[in-house]
Design a protein around this ligand. Structure first.
Ligand code: M6R
Length: 360
């Protein structure tokens, strides 16, 4: 049941602290250890998924590549053919699918398996098709997700991927035991932080959605791990509010997309507490110079630096960039939700979409 919420999507957004807690409580050390060993034995890691699961994969890729220096490639499941020739015996493929039934991902799993790759599934549905055909499984424990838009399954996928990256880090010596422990402590704090962000931003986001509901198009910009985060924010708006939304790395603006920006064009910036914050300031200024309508998700310690330039400031906690996507996506989910409602659409049942795509 919707437990008093008007839609499943809103209920599921609010359930995220709980979903992450359950996922953390359900971590099976044995299963993780096997996966870590499989990865240590392989030359290369491929990550596959569709839609939101692909975006989770890109976040995981960012951690494996930039934090650990592993040879990682992430692809949309339906594009698996590009890599068929590049995969060898013992390479690992991480297949991400909340339903475990997405045909594109299942087909790719079968093809890579035939090539000799070991398959690690990350799924929210026990014994679904993809976990059944995989060598190893890590489960998210988000509980059933009814809304077509993936919300709590995304943040729990990110939780599992971050823990996996940390465990690989400590096993390879890239992270010290102390670094590993303090990062794990930080993950334990996510549910509380996320709850605070919901409480602090929901009213403001709802007010913003009235404005957003009249727009035809929007940009979502970030750098680093903020790029896949922005891609996920844009997908949410597109999928349920039917507003064209595009995400790209903020540094690309002047290479083309800024041509479209005119007065009041909405741009959502995800500014993280990382090495990119200064460059992001420059990117916000270049949009300001075109009188764009700028929405910024800003870590509290940078609010003073950015506020003047922003039309709407959504204050985020100043947290390690590695866990920022889990927290930052929540106001963007809420923005998509309230914008869909303001436009008179049912966010639980977007047109043309099914919860699980089982035909190629
Ligand atoms: O069940 P899966 O995670 O394999 O689903 C993949 C996509 O179809 C899914 O994430 C889709 O993009 C969502 N509806 C987006 O909100």
């Amino acid at each position: 049941s919707k437990e008093g919420y008007p839609h499943f999507m809103l209920k599921e957004i609010h359930e995220q602290p709980l979903a992450i807690n359950s996922t953390l409580a359900g971590i099976e050390e044995g299963a993780f250890n096997k996966v870590v060993n499989a990865i240590l034995d392989s030359r290369k890691i491929l990550i596959i998924g569709a839609g939101t699961s692909y975006h989770a994969g890109l976040v995981g890729d960012y951690l494996l590549t930039s934090m650990l220096g592993l040879d990682t490639h992430t692809l949309i499941s339906s594009e698996y053919r590009k890599y068929l020739n590049a995969v060898n015996d013992g390479d690992t493929v991480i297949a991400i699918s909340q339903s475990g039934e997405t045909i594109d991902t299942l087909v790719a799993v079968r093809a890579f398996k035939e090539r000799g790759a070991k398959i690690i599934a990350i799924s929210n549905v026990i014994d679904s098709a993809i976990p059944r055909e995989s060598n190893y499984v890590l489960y998210t424990r988000a509980g059933p997700e009814i809304g077509v838009a993936a919300t709590k399954t995304f943040t729990t996928q990110l939780t599992v991927l971050t823990i996996l990256a940390l465990k690989i880090g400590v096993a390879t010596g890239k992270l010290t035991t102390n670094e590993y422990r303090s990062a794990m402590d930080m993950i334990g704090k996510i549910p509380g932080l996320l709850q605070n962000v919901i409480t602090k931003t929901e009213g403001k986001v709802k007010a913003l959605s009235e404005h957003m509901s009249k727009k035809q198009s929007a940009y979502y910009l970030g750098r680093g791990i903020g790029v896949p985060l922005s891609m996920e924010g844009a997908l949410k708006l597109k999928e349920i509010a039917y507003i064209h939304a595009e995400a790209y790395p903020a540094g690309e603006s002047k290479h083309g997309p800024i041509a479209l920006v005119e007065e009041n064009y909405p741009v959502v910036f995800s500014i993280l507490d990382d090495d990119n914050a200064d460059a992001m300031l420059g990117n916000v200024m270049e949009m300001k110079a075109r009188d764009a309508y700028i929405i910024g998700l800003v870590p509290d310690k940078y609010v003073g630096k950015f506020r003047e330039l922003l039309n709407v400031t959504l204050e985020m906690p100043s947290i390690d960039y590695r866990v920022a996507p889990v927290i930052y996506i929540v106001p963007m989910q809420l923005l998509a939700y309230y914008t869909a409602v303001a436009r008179g659409y049912d966010p639980d049942k977007p047109r043309n979409l099914a919860k699980t795509v089982t035909v190629e």
